[in-house]
Design a protein around this ligand. Sequence first.
Ligand SMILES: [Zn+2]
Ligand SMILES: [Zn+2]
Length: 243
Amino acid sequence: MLTTGFQSALRLIYPPRCTICGCQVDSDFGLCGPCWRDTPFVTGLCCDTCGVQLPGQAAGPAEFCDDCLVTARPWKSGRAVVLYRDNGRKLALALKHGDRQDIVRPASVWMARAAQPLLTSGMLIVPIPLHWTRLLKRRFNQAALLAQAVSKEVALPYCPDVLIRPTPTPTLGGLGRDARHQTMDGKISVHKGRNAVIADRDVLLIDDVMTSGATLSAATQACHAAGAANVSILVLARAGKGA
Ligand SMILES: [Zn+2]
Ligand SMILES: [Zn+2]
């Protein structure tokens, strides 16, 4: 009773807002009608490896986008919540650069829903790491915030420090697919003390945005080198040709 009363009082003082435009909405987390309509959520058939939307209905066997047919992905399956354009891009950029950590909660609910076909019992949820110098500059790792919140939603264990970036990597913006893969090759490793945690375990790697997949590939290879079983990936937004 006390909690309910307290929550009602809070809602009076801080009425729930649309995550994108800030207008008042009914639910505690989410988007208003127009923003929802203008957000390119992935629905129906998607590429089984990267989660990009595909034409047609989800009914038959797994299908793959052109990108994933051209570039072999080391992970097993993947899903994305939105395409990286319009409001999808706005959400991802606001989370990364705009200190909008309120996006984490709705994003994690959407991501948990998209991840359902990937989840296995005891699966370990692991964020893509930042190099510590970038973490210091930005003060938070958006992938870790998302991973932690997704792990709560799906009730699976979260381990924030399985993966590390021992050396700083240049920003990949402006680089082509091959250059991105070359830049990231071998740049992510499993923390020495975490080998036992990951061995023979299914892993769900989480990042905010997938573009070429170079970072997720490097992370997947590090997990496999440490003896992980199946590795899948989950991102908030999928950028690239298909978007
Ligand atoms: Zn809105
Ligand atoms: Zn794909």
